[in-house]
Design a protein around this ligand. Sequence first.
Ligand code: SF4
Length: 385
Amino acid sequence: MPNFHRTPDTFEKLTQMGDVTLYEPAGDAPISEKRSPKNASFLSGCISHVQTPTGAKPIMKTMMTTACERNCNYCVFRAGSTSTKRVTVTPDEMAGAFNQLEESGMVDGLFLSSGIIKGGATSQDKIIDTAEIVRKKYDYRGYIHLKIMPGADYDQLYRAMQIADRISINLEGPTEERLAALAPKKELSAELLEQLKRAHQIKRDNPYIRASIVTQFVVGAVGDTDLELLSLTDNLYNRLGLARTYYMGFNPVMGTPFENLTPTEEIRERRLYQASFLLRDYAWDVEDLPFLSHGNLRTDVDPKIAWADIHLRHHPIEIMTADREQLMRVPGIGPKGAEAILRARREATLTEIGQLAKLNIRAPQRLAPYVTLAGHKPPEQLSLF
Ligand code: SF4
């Protein structure tokens, strides 16, 4: 343990807070981020291993305050809750603590969220002030992800996007009705979507701003369907340029109005991520996704395989003539695999699954039910289980 020379009380406060941002992902591998440390000890609750644009890193992930005047029904920090100790850290304290952890090599990256006290703008100031100190006083150039508070104003959003590598504006629910059930004091269109539109505009009008924009949904507490979540996701990718959407399966917390609700299975989150990548990276439309009659995806199978089982088993795709988009419809072929096939077939006729294995397509045997190679169906491996 490094010999910290200042602000020991700040570290105590951070330790008391623990993993308060457990359900707020900061990087690009959100499901693994959720796992809290097995033996949480001094500070370990506020340090998470996060996939950042420059690799996997331990980052400091915490809140400016665990006090809040809002009343989201799923949240332990909601106003009036007595099941949590309220802890508040000033911008100077937080920035100083981060600097010591960063200098000691314990972290390389910062994610800051906050409860809301005296309005979203006041709380946003504390987040921005902390990030300013970290950037200017401590000259930190690494990864910073800042949460945008409901109620933050345009100038704050602009400043946060100048300082940060990523900002989150969390929508929580996919429709007005779902959001009202989750978070009675938040407004979807007038408040949160409006902020996302402004963030998109700021990024579009200021090409030097590199901050990516993300959002998060709480999944499964109030009857939200995958169709609702993915329809909004599709719009966010296409119209507002979001880098990604996070889906956090609902987990009941004691002492909240939702304490007796059923937790959401992690597999649902996984399927939502898989489907959202089809929308973002594979040029799928939301209408292409194979929803069941109740509006959710199958959880027993990847949505791409579910789609291929319906559409490609009897009408396989010919690997030698399909275009890039068609190739990417095949389970196991992504953007890189499609490019590799397009290049390879200019040089040679692809007649065997083994040739695809050499193109870095993982588990090419998975493709067999859905493709033909130079007019012939490749042999399928018998599944033993
Ligand atoms: S705004 Fe809602 S989710 Fe955020 S800390 Fe307050 S009660 Fe919790």
